[in-house]
Ligand binder design. Structure first.
Ligand SMILES: Cc1ncc(COP(=O)(O)O)c(C=O)c1O
Length: 377
């Protein structure tokens, strides 16, 4: 919305820069980092009422998504708050999605709090059927790490007609890539740790809703579960958000060029890229060994488990027990803002060559998996 109702609505790039700023003559351009848990009488307590640092971030993210935002200690704290806030009995959830959220829902199922109905989120008919009698339809799009996409408009309509609430984990899309509230989502979830923060230096989570009763429940979840964000993290996340439009544009330009080059490379079996954004899944020929060789050899792209920062990161996901079902050669690739030719030279030097593929066409061998508590981002 434009502050002046007689002028056209602002573009997201402008909202990212302007929302959540102090106003009034002489005001600083940024809200301060309020390092206080306690306030003098007449004031409040931070866990229950937040601070102006949180409020500034929440105002900006809420403005971009078209709702009211609540900030949390991490994306997982935000996901846990959703389960608390909506208290569902039956949850439809993607078979393939971020493994930490799947683990969270399984944990609740294991102790009898909820029943999870796992569905292929790309199969809208199956999702609509599963929504019958469900309380929540949990969507992640694009999915981590397989880059599948869901039809938000159709699933939103199906959930509404079944009387279920749609929750959308929009972390990979960012608030600029899609606005799930416009498709009827009750809550949008972001791991702000990723693209919103954008510099791999903080953990933060956000939920956004257009429903005042749901907003109150999310505040209650934060107050009683205690998953509060740090003030420095909230400040840095908002500082990151200011440049999200330019970072994302640069990342997307790089991603589009790299997708073309990767698809033409003999060492690559498949590239999954939804056509926009900075995330892609690259399936390398030679299975686990071929993909591990890329991770071991790259010098500019960083082999690392998180994503969404200015630096390009890559990871072979099937090594985690929680992602055991994905292709052994799948590399999740978060494209950064480096020079695209430098990135390409780094990748091309480490992808399997034509000769290597000819020498051993069955190179698909599995490597050991990391077991145990499994919620690598
Ligand atoms: C899609 C998605 N949702 C949620 C999370 C959890 O976020 P956090 O690591 O900030 O707790 C992640 C983390 O990787 C993610 O990729």
């Amino acid at each position: 919305m434009h502050p002046d109702p007689n002028r056209p609505p602002l573009s997201p790039s402008t909202i990212a820069v302007t929302a959540g700023r102090p106003s009034g003559a002489g005001a600083p351009l940024n809200h301060p980092i309020v390092m206080a848990s306690n306030f003098r009488e007449g004031g409040e307590y931070t866990r229950t009422h937040g601070t102006e640092t949180w409020a500034a971030l929440e105002e900006a993210v809420g403005a971009l998504e078209g709702g009211r935002a609540v900030s949390f200690a991490s994306g997982m704290a935000a996901a846990s708050a959703i389960v608390y806030a909506l208290a569902p009995k039956v949850v439809v959830a993607p078979t393939v999605s971020y493994m930490g959220v799947r683990a969270l829902l399984s944990e609740h199922q294991a102790v009898g709090h909820i029943e999870v109905r796992a569905v292929d989120i790309t199969d809208t008919v199956a999702v609509a059927a599963a929504a019958q009698g469900a309380d929540v339809v949990w969507v992640e799009t694009p999915t981590n790490p397989t880059m599948e996409t869901a039809d938000l408009a159709a699933i939103g309509a199906a959930a509404a007609s079944a009387g279920a609430r749609m929750v959308v984990d929009s972390t990979f899309a960012t608030p600029l890539g899609q606005q799930p509230l416009a498709h009827g989502a009750a809550i949008v979830l972001h791991s702000g740790t990723k693209f919103i923060g954008g510099h791999s230096d903080l953990l933060i989570g956000l939920c956004v809703t257009g429903d005042d009763a749901v907003y109150d429940r999310l505040i209650a979840a934060r107050t009683y579960q205690g998953g509060t964000p740090g003030s420095l993290e909230a400040f840095l996340a908002l500082r990151g958000l200011r440049t999200l439009p330019v970072r994302l544009a640069a990342m997307e330009r790089n991603a589009i060029t790299l997708v073309e080059r990767l698809r033409a490379h003999p060492g690559v079996a498949e590239v999954r890229y939804p056509g926009h954004g900075a995330m892609m899944a690259v399936i390398v020929r030679g299975g686990a060994a071929g993909a591990d060789a890329v991770c071991a050899g790259v010098q500019i792209v960083v082999p690392a488990t998180s994503l969404g920062g200015v630096e390009s990161t890559i990871e072979r996901r099937q090594k985690y027990a929680g992602d055991a079902h994905v292709d052994p050669g799948l590399l999740r690739f978060s494209v950064g803002i480096e020079d695209v030719d430098d990135l390409w030279a780094d990748l091309a030097a480490n992808l399997p060559t034509q000769q290597e593929i000819r020498r051993d066409p069955r190179q698909a061998m599995s490597s050991s998996r990391i077991a145990g508590v499994d919620s690598s981002p």
